[in-house]
Design a protein around this ligand. Structure first.
Ligand code: SIN
Length: 279
């Protein structure tokens, strides 16, 4: 496959592209640049039929930056760098089954996440993505101005704390780190460090409130933004097959793991790449 021409095929107007004609085990530097540009341009990129071992998955991730080991997810025993996104046949709760972006509760939020399909149900288990560039750009000038002066507080306690969502679900056994919960504040509108474009940076999974506002005061405006940001024209939907990979930009997109395959097992391996403070 090396030496063949890379094709970048847009998946929808809102976000996402499939990158065809690459073998992620041995990308040349020039192929790596094409892939990097596709990632910056489309917010999330997809690859098919990548038969990566865990070591090759880790090696590909390291080409993008340091690995940010998730404090809460079930780790893959042998490889702490790989978080397992797993739902067993008997479980009803999936991981990531609500719109969110990874690690926005950290002072330096994750740059990206590389999710590799290991075991899939015959049907269902798709992942949806939404572009926070498109969401921001479609707002009125007045709203953009208001949001431009705000920061928001993001917390992981709601998801991963002792009284959080997962600890009170049938996923509780796998989660760890409940004592490591914390919060961070970021601008509500960020300028993406690579594209230079403005993106909306709040999300329903982790954003608590606008800084200096109460939760109650924040809720109506956050609810408006959450409904606005997932307008179908800003989204794309990815149907997995064994060996598929999605690599998303956490600063430019949200994602949502569809929970429509009860009674079947789904196992994904996720590696998260470290990022930097956002401005
Ligand atoms: C996640 O939120 O990282 C999981 C996405 C998925 O399993 O599709």
């Amino acid at each position: 496959m090396n030496g063949s021409t890379i094709e970048v095929k847009k998946l929808s107007a809102g976000c996402g592209a499939e990158v065809l004609g690459v073998d992620l085990r041995n990308l040349t530097n020039s192929q790596m640049e094409t892939v990097r540009q596709a990632y910056v341009d489309h917010g999330v990129i997809f690859f098919r039929e990548q038969t990566l071992t865990p070591e090759e998955h880790i090696a590909f991730a390291r080409r993008w930056g340091d690995i940010d080991i998730n404090k809460f997810f079930p780790a893959n025993g042998q490889y702490p760098e790989i978080a397992e996104v797993r739902k067993e046949k008997e479980q009803k709760t999936n991981i990531g089954g609500g719109w969110h972006t990874d690690h926005s509760y950290d002072a330096s939020p994750a740059m990206g996440s590389i999710l590799l399909a290991r075991e899939l149900p015959d049907d269902g288990g798709d992942t949806l993505f939404a572009s926070m560039y498109a969401a921001y750009e479609a707002l009125s000038d007045g709203m953009k101005k208001t949001l431009g002066s705000l920061r928001a507080v993001h917390s992981n306690a709601i998801a991963f704390g002792a009284a959080g969502f997962y600890k009170n679900s049938d996923q509780a056994g796998g989660f760890k780190g409940e004592g490591l919960v914390g919060e961070a504040s970021h601008p509500v509108v960020i300028t993406h460090p690579e594209s230079g474009r403005k993106a909306l940076y709040v999300n329903p999974g982790f954003t608590q409130r606008f800084e200096g506002w109460t939760d109650m005061e924040s809720k109506p405006l956050l609810d408006f933004l959450y409904a606005h940001a997932v307008r179908p024209e800003f989204t794309c939907r990815f149907r997995w097959a064994p060996g598929s990979i999605a690599f998303w930009d956490n600063r430019a997109t949200w994602h949502y793991a569809s929970n429509d395959y009860h009674g079947h097992r789904r196992l994904m391996h996720r590696i998260t790449i470290a990022g930097a403070p956002l401005g």
